[in-house]
Design a protein around this ligand. Structure first.
Ligand code: 6IA
Length: 143
């Protein structure tokens, strides 16, 4: 299974270490196409590539993915854009959201119908919820 992981870059890198830990959990289930999203060396200034190259590469990866997992706690225009594309292309989307922050999740994600949302507080809490969701996804794909 090819998994497209999305997380904030220019929206703020405060969760970069968490993204890397989530990417490690996702590797059990398949190939994570976007491992660089968790790299601490990737700052909010992004990669040393031009915008069109980044956009076209990321969109090609997303198009080829079997599933998208997005950490949406730090709001990011790019992640929102990618979720919109994935839902349009009927790629299953799983949003991970830490509800403890004093922001609510955008109604455009919570209400879009094409994206499942897991709310969690810690990685320990997230791991079994992620396993359950991805095991169910695998079973449904096998039918
Ligand atoms: O709006 P954001 O930058 O927070 O959007 C982050 C999302 O868009 C991630 O899931 C990435 O897949 C994608 N993305 C956006 N910008 C980049 C980037 N450099 N490098 C890789 N993926 C990106 C941005 C360069 C720019 C800040 C000068």
């Amino acid at each position: 299974m090819k998994i497209y992981f999305a997380g904030s870059i220019s929206g703020g890198r405060q969760d970069a270490a968490l993204y890397m830990q989530i990417i490690s959990l996702l590797r059990k289930y398949g190939e994570v196409l976007t491992e660089h999203i968790g790299a601490e060396s990737l700052t909010s200034l992004g990669e040393a590539l031009d915008d069109k190259t980044i956009h076209d590469r990321d969109i090609a990866w997303l198009r080829s993915a079997d599933m998208m997992v997005a950490e949406v706690t730090t709001p990011s225009l790019g992640v929102g854009y990618e979720i919109g594309k994935a839902t349009e292309w009927k790629i299953p989307v799983l949003c991970l959201y830490r509800a403890a922050t004093n922001r609510r999740l955008s109604g455009m994600l919570a209400g879009c119908g094409g994206a499942a949302v897991i709310e969690y507080l810690t990685l320990t809490e997230l791991e079994p919820l992620l396993d359950e969701h991805l095991d169910t996804h695998k079973l449904l794909q096998a039918l």
